[in-house]
Design a protein around this ligand. Structure first.
Ligand code: SF4
Length: 310
């Protein structure tokens, strides 16, 4: 029996508990394959808001499960491993951000969904890397903006919109660590390959890239582009869907500076396993609980984002 019957056990529990499993593109392949839905942060927010399931098992990181709870407070939202945090969300502590915001009262706050519920409660509109350009463009040019927490995405948005948003100095450990030198070595050995990168990557990697886009945009690009080979500068979990949808094409994960394996995994995303998804469903763990006041404040910027991105 495959996986010691874990797939069958998960399927039985999912039915019995009217549960849905949502998985981010950065999850391990076997979790992506058993999920009801696989997507990026924006897709998963939409699914969380729409689902009529009683239980959401969120195979992603903590801020994503919180977003699901904020959008569906009446549902039980479970995170299979509570340690699945996010270095980018952690780079924006609420006390410091509150002071920063108070120092710039005339600014509108746009924050990336990769933030805690407390930061969302201090935000005017959230965004994801998929809709960030649309959200920023919806704000009048004369209106000053604070953008948090990712400085690389913020700098990228400033460069393509010509705006001068005030940036919080945060970053994601996965996207900051790609080695341009190693990427250039791979490009020299594979001159027919295209380099594609997530906007959370550093500027030198962005400048070298043939295409920059969110996880979903990268997936769409490799499917539509005529090239047969791609070097992918984002978390390596997305390669599973790229290969599944394009079995005739070659995908090479871009290597980080400090690595022996040659690919770049998010240690938080990879904390979940199929066994933990099963135990989460079986034992209702680990349930995300949020203060009602925080939910009330944090839901508004997420709704604004969802309205603007429809
Ligand atoms: Fe956070 Fe980066 Fe991991 Fe995404 S890849 S969850 S931004 S640490």
């Amino acid at each position: 029996m495959e996986n010691n019957g874990l797939n069958e056990k998960i399927n039985a529990l999912r039915k019995e508990k009217n549960a849905v499993i949502l998985a981010h593109y950065y999850q391990v392949a076997e979790i992506q394959d058993i999920a009801d839905f696989v997507g990026d942060s924006l897709d998963l927010s939409r699914k969380s808001a729409e689902t009529d399931a009683d239980v959401i098992v969120f195979a992603g990181v903590h801020f994503m499960a919180e977003t699901a709870k904020i959008l569906s407070p009446q549902k039980r939202v479970l995170l299979p491993d509570l340690r699945a945090g996010c270095s980018l969300a952690d780079s924006c502590p609420v006390d410091e951000f509150k002071v920063f915001r108070e120092q710039h009262p005339e600014h509108v706050v746009v924050s990336y969904v990769n933030t805690t519920a407390e930061i969302k409660a201090l935000t005017d509109i959230t965004c994801t890397s998929t809709n960030a350009l649309k959200i920023i463009s919806s704000i009048p040019e004369s209106q000053p903006i604070i953008f948090a927490p990712d400085r690389n995405l913020g700098n990228y948005l400033n460069s393509i919109t010509g705006r001068n948003m005030l940036l919080w100095d945060g970053a994601c450990h996965v996207h900051e660590e790609f080695s341009l030198e190693k990427i250039m070595d791979i490009l020299n050995q594979n001159p027919d390959a295209k380099l594609i990168a997530h906007p959370e990557c550093t500027k030198p990697v962005q400048i070298a890239a043939d295409f920059i886009g969110s996880t979903s945009a990268l997936l769409k690009f490799v499917t539509q582009d005529d090239s047969r080979k791609f070097i992918v500068a984002t978390e390596s979990g997305i390669l599973h869907q790229m290969r599944k949808q394009n079995p005739e094409k070659t995908f090479i994960p871009a290597p980080p500076i400090d690595s022996t394996c040659g690919c770049n995994d998010c240690r938080f995303m990879k904390m979940h396993t199929l066994q933990k998804v099963y135990e989460s469903l079986r034992d209702d763990k680990f349930e995300i609980k949020l203060d009602a006041e925080i939910i009330k404040k944090a839901v508004m910027p997420i709704h604004r984002m969802l309205e603007l991105s429809n």
